[in-house]
Design a binder for this molecule. Structure first.
Ligand SMILES: [Zn+2]
Length: 260
């Protein structure tokens, strides 16, 4: 069972921590100087005292690219591995038996591991996981792959659809923009905005989760023409998804991806 936690998004550019840090540094320096001038012998000043003081006076970076693990703690993220645990339905299947369920689970597991290593709290969820009912998290992403149908000459590229049931459309727009931009850049796949189906926009889990949870579903590529990437390089696929998720939870800047 999962205990839902409140939505807590990291605000990268908040001014309060920097002010606090500088004040803290100032008081630390003042205290150190007072201690040194009253208690220690003049010999102290012949060593690396200047270096020590200049180091203390240099403001420490706050925010920026790397988010410390302590700030990632308690940020919960739900990853649905498409078709997993769905009573023998493997999703798309190729003639050689390669199937979507296995491909999705390999990718979803890598995504979960990478995010957990960064300190996020991850729920790796099945397609109809009971935990989806009223699910609360910083975001939920469902990972699927597209068909292995060799008769479709356009069977390449990825698709993203955000939940229309979410309470905050700005958040869901940001989530899709982050995924489209980062995933496209890292995998080199084209964003297929024209082929998004009702199965994606009206995805069942969108209706199940709490409306406060921003949610999206991604078709990471086609098992037909993108098979090499999806099957042989799931790490690249996972890197693209993790970059999209981090873009969202860290409030990184992102431009809306133009529709082809
Ligand atoms: Zn699927």
């Amino acid at each position: 069972m999962t205990t839902p936690t409140p939505l807590r998004l990291h605000r990268a550019n908040s001014g309060a921590p920097r002010t606090g840090r500088i004040l803290q540094t100032t008081f630390s320096v003042a205290f150190l100087l007072a201690t040194l001038f009253t208690g220690f012998s003049p010999k102290m000043f012949s060593g690396n005292f200047g270096t020590l003081i200049s180091g203390l006076l240099t403001p420490q970076p706050v925010g920026g690219e790397a988010v410390p693990t302590t700030q990632s703690n308690n940020i919960r993220i739900g990853i649905v591995s498409g078709h997993w645990g769905n009573g023998g339905d493997p999703g798309a299947v190729c003639p050689d038996g390669t199937n979507e369920l296995d491909v999705n689970l390999a990718i979803a597991s890598l995504v979960s591991q990478q995010l957990e290593a960064r300190g996020y709290v991850i729920d790796l969820l099945q397609e109809f996981d009971p935990r989806l009912d009223g699910y609360q998290a910083a975001l939920m992403l469902s990972i699927h792959s597209d068909s292995c149908d060799a008769t479709n000459p356009d069977a390449t590229g990825f698709k993203v659809a955000a939940s229309s049931y979410s309470r905050d459309n700005n958040l869901t727009d940001r989530l899709s923009a982050c995924l489209e931009d980062r995933y496209g850049k890292i995998t080199g796949l084209l964003f297929q905005s024209g082929n998004i189906t009702v199965n994606m926009t009206d995805y069942h889990a969108f209706r199940a989760i709490d409306p406060s949870t921003p949610a999206a579903i991604i078709e990471v590529g086609f098992l037909y023409l993108d098979r090499t990437l999806l099957v042989d390089h799931p790490d690249v696929v996972a890197n693209g998804l993790v970059a999209g998720i981090l873009c969202f939870v860290r409030s990184e800047s992102v431009q809306p991806v133009p529709t082809p």
